[in-house]
Write a protein that binds this ligand. Structure first.
Ligand SMILES: *[C@@H]1O[C@H](CO)[C@@H](O)[C@H](O)[C@H]1NC(C)=O
Ligand SMILES: *[C@@H]1O[C@H](CO)[C@@H](O)[C@H](O)[C@H]1NC(C)=O
Ligand SMILES: *[C@@H]1O[C@H](CO)[C@@H](O)[C@H](O)[C@H]1NC(C)=O
Ligand SMILES: *[C@@H]1O[C@H](CO)[C@@H](O)[C@H](O)[C@H]1NC(C)=O
Length: 376
C-alpha cells in the first residue's frame, strides 16, 4: 500500500518528536535538593572546634583558594560534587542547614564534616570520643524532621498536600557516609565487621525513613576507595598495596561495605517501586581516575597538595593543611588529594562528570532526570 504524502510527513514529524524527547533531558527538572553526608558534601555546617584536629583549619586559606577565593568551610580548595550537582541542575549552591538566614527555597544541605553513619552513642560506649565529631546521620535526620515540621509536613498520611510540596520537585542526595566510622575505630577493639554491619544498617535505615516520608528521587553514594586517601597510605605498611598502588586492606573494606549497601538498595527498590534510587559508584569512579590519571591531567595520585613535611605524601598528621607550617602546591588541579582525607576540586569535578554523564551511576543519572521530566 503506497503511503500518502500526508501520512509520510506525519510519520516524519512523529519520528522527529520522538528524537527530540529522547535527547538529553533539560537541565531544570528539579527545583530543590536535600543533601546529607559528611565533609565530602558539607557546604558549611562544620564546626571546626570539634572533630579531628588535623583537619580543623577549614576556616583558613588555602581552603577555598581555587574557586571561591576565600574559605567557605568546604573541605577542599574549591567546589565539591554537590556544588557541581547544583550547577548541572541550574540551581544556586546549597546553603548549609545551620545558616539560619539563608534562602532555602532551592534546598538545604544537612551534611556535617566528620559525621558518622552510626549514632554517636556507639562511639561513646566504646570510649572513642577523643577527636571525633559528635554529629551523625541521626543528627541530620533530626534536623530534616524539623524542616518538615516547619513546612507543615507531619506525615504523608496526615498532611499529604504539604508533604507533596516537600518532595515533588526534590532530589534527595545521600552523600558518601561511613568512612569516618571506620577511621574513628582504627586501632580500637571495635572490628571492621562491626562497623560495616552497623554503618550499612544505619544508611539503609536512613534511606528507608526518607522513602517512607515520600522521597521519590534519590541518589545514594557508596564509599570511595578510602585506601587511596593519603592518610590511609601514610598509616599503612608499604606492603599493603593493591593493583592501583593504594592500601589493599582499606580498599577491600570499602568495596565490601559498598557491596552490602548495594544489596540493601536493591531490596529497597523492590519495596518502594514508585521511587527511583540511583547508586553512585564512588569506588569505581575513583579507581577509574587513578587508572586514567595522565590522560585526565593528574600527576600526583597519592601526595597531598596542601600539607607539610615533604616526602612521598607531604603529609604530617600534626601539621595539617591550613595550619601555620603547611602550604599549598602551585597546581592543585594536578593533584587528587587535597589535605590527606579530602580531594581537590579537580578530582571532585572529574568524579562529578563520571556520575552525571558517565557510567558510574545505576540506573544512569540521566535516566533519573528523564523520569522526573516525564512525570511532570
Ligand atoms: C529566595 O529565592 C527565591 C528564588 O530565587 C526568590 O524567589 C525569593 O524571593 C527569595 N526569598 C528571599 C526571602 O530572599
Ligand atoms: C571506658 O572507660 C571507662 C572509664 O575510663 C572504663 O571503666 C570502661 O571499662 C571503658 N569501656 C571500654 C569499652 O573500654
Ligand atoms: C524523624 O521522623 C520519623 C517519622 O517521620 C521518625 O521515624 C524518626 O525516628 C525521626 N527521626 C529523628 C532522628 O527524629
Ligand atoms: C578482601 O575481602 C574478602 C571478603 O570479601 C576477603 O575474603 C579477602 O581476604 C580480602 N582481601 C584482603 C587483601 O584484605
Amino acid at each position: 500500500m503506497p503511503i500518502s504524502t500526508t501520512t509520510f510527513f506525519f510519520l516524519l514529524l512523529l519520528l522527529l518528536l520522538v528524537t527530540v524527547t529522547s535527547a538529553n533531558p533539560s537541565p531544570h527538572p528539579f527545583k530543590k535538593i536535600y543533601a546529607f553526608g559528611d565533609s565530602y558534601t558539607d557546604t558549611g555546617n562544620t564546626d571546626s572546634t570539634t572533630g579531628p584536629s588535623t583537619f580543623n583549619h577549614v576556616s583558613n586559606l588555602p581552603y577555598g583558594q581555587t574557586f571561591f577565593h576565600h574559605p567557605t568551610n568546604r573541605y577542599s580548595d574549591g567546589r565539591l560534587i554537590i556544588d557541581f550537582l547544583t550547577e548541572s541542575l541550574s540551581l544556586p549552591y546549597l546553603p548549609p542547614y545551620l545558616n539560619h538566614n539563608a534562602n532555602t527555597s532551592w534546598g538545604i544541605n544537612y551534611a556535617v564534616a566528620g559525621s558518622t553513619a552510626i549514632r554517636h552513642a556507639f562511639f561513646v560506649k566504646h570510649n572513642l570520643t577523643f577527636d571525633i565529631t559528635p554529629q551523625s546521620l541521626q543528627t541530620q535526620l533530626t534536623w530534616f524532621n524539623k524542616t518538615l515540621l516547619e513546612m507543615k509536613c507531619k506525615s504523608v498520611v496526615l498532611t499529604p498536600v504539604e508533604c507533596e510540596k516537600v518532595f515533588k520537585d526534590a532530589l534527595v542526595w545521600v552523600g558518601e557516609i561511613g568512612a569516618n566510622d571506620y577511621a574513628y575505630t582504627v586501632g580500637s577493639t571495635v572490628t571492621g565487621e562491626t562497623i560495616q554491619r552497623r554503618a550499612v544498617r544505619s544508611v539503609t535505615g536512613f534511606v528507608e525513613v526518607l522513602l517512607e516520608k515520600g522521597a521519590k528521587y534519590l541518589v545514594v553514594q557508596g564509599l570511595p576507595t578510602t585506601g587511596c586517601l593519603t592518610l590511609a597510605m601514610y598509616l599503612s605498611p608499604e606492603t599493603d598495596r593493591d593493583d592501583i598502588g593504594c592500601v589493599a586492606t582499606v580498599n577491600n573494606q570499602s568495596y565490601n561495605h559498598n557491596a552490602v549497601l548495594q544489596s540493601n538498595i536493591r531490596t529497597l527498590r523492590r519495596k518502594y517501586p514508585k521511587a527511583i534510587i540511583v547508586y553512585a559508584d564512588y569506588w569505581n569512579a575513583y579507581r577509574s581516575v587513578i587508572k586514567n590519571a595522565p590522560k585526565l591531567g593528574f600527576h600526583e595520585l597519592y601526595k597531598v597538595c596542601c600539607g607539610s613535611g615533604g616526602g612521598p605524601y607531604n603529609f604530617d598528621i600534626t601539621a595539617g593543611c591550613g595550619s601555620e607550617t603547611a602550604s599549598s602546591c602551585r597546581n592543585p588541579s594536578e593533584y587528587i588529594n587535597w589535605d590527606g582525607v579530602h580531594l581537590t576540586e579537580a578530582m571532585y569535578k572529574e568524579v562529578s562528570k563520571m556520575f552525571f554523564n558517565g557510567p558510574f551511576t545505576y540506573p544512569p543519572f540521566k535516566s533519573l532526570l528523564r523520569s522526573k521530566q516525564n512525570s511532570g
